[in-house]
Design a protein around this ligand. Sequence first.
Ligand code: ATP
Ligand code: MG
Length: 413
Amino acid sequence: MRQSSFFIRTKKEEIKGEPSLNAQLLLRGGFVNKEMAGVYSYLPMGLKVLKKIENIIREEMRTKLGAQEVLMPALHPLENYKATGRSEMDVLFHTDLNGGGKLVLGQSHEEIVVPLLKKFISSYRDLPLGVFQIQTKFRNELRAKSGILRGREFLMKDLYSFHEDEECLAEYYERSKEAYHSIFNRLGIGDRTYLTFASGGTFSDYSHEFQTITESGEDDVYLCKECNVGINEEIIEENPCCPSCEKNKNELRKERAIEVGNIFPLNTRFSDPFSLTYKSKNGEERPVFMGCYGIGVSRAMGAVVEILSDEKGIVWPKEISPFSVHIISLEKNEEAEKIYQKLIDAGMEVLLDDRDSSPGEKFAESDLMGIPVRIVVSEKTLRSDSVEFKKRTEKEAELIKIEEIVSYVEQNI
Ligand code: ATP
Ligand code: MG
């Protein structure tokens, strides 16, 4: 893509009245636009990142959990929430049908997925089953000051699994942890993301969160470095030690963290109100056991920005960067165009800065955008048939011969 064709503009200056780092950088880099607190538009580059995150999640849900993707509606009958006793939830946005009838905007999809799957699950032969979606959720959050970490409208991956009994659910639940770790590794935040024990609320004795350590987080977690697990502030009171090695609370490290995902054994909490049952092998009618598994897709994007940025801007990990290479052409030259074409032909996503602005402006903007590799083509480097190659994470550039540039980028990206 040519930067001269962009409709977005980046901003050099700090944005006033915006305390959140991810919002600052995403707004300044032209990735998102803030429509109101907690409500954002995703602009072309921001949308590319979001889609890449979605695709990583999709792939892991399909391959590791054999889950099938669906898309459920955002409009839900309030009636369904009355059936589960959740109609009074404070985050629900309410609305009315013209002809009468109460609706809410979907904040999660248990109330839709259970009646839906009731139409298809009747026998033990239909189980186990996992369905997921990547969809916009609406929550009337009290506070929305953390940029895309906490939206009133945000993108979530929600998976629901259906099983014959608690044992089958437990097996699937364990596998979901592996899928989640591999997602957060691919997003570049795996080394800071801890499986964290949390209380189960009304559904079960326990649940797990995936907490990513960052100053901007809203939760406190206690980490056991040896066991690589955390325990949430809310349950540490009941159980003041590491859940794995039982090390005492005061030997654990307290850190600020953001919950990027969570997994819940729902058991029959939602199957019961809708009478979701199946016929077992010996003909008995039994309740279906369920699990639910969430990831904040847009929140994960915000967490990546919070954690991997530096004083100059964002540093995208290669799997989710909007482009893999940023070519900066300092003077309008044919050579930059040729390299641009060659890299595209080699299957790379390339952004070419072909505008007339000053080198300083171009470099600052490139650092702000955070594309992993920068190639500078100038009259000076062309004198030695070379271009400058620099990774976003490194300080020094190297001179690379033009004829070697494609293979060099392929090997060093
Ligand atoms: P939190 O405690 O942060 O409010 P939650 O317990 O309400 O999260 P869930 O309802 O289980 O979270 O939602 C699943 C995932 O969706 C969370 O793990 C989180 O990553 C993400 N999420 C929840 N609320 C928001 C929000 N307002 N904005 C962005 N992402 C969110
Ligand atoms: Mg919440």
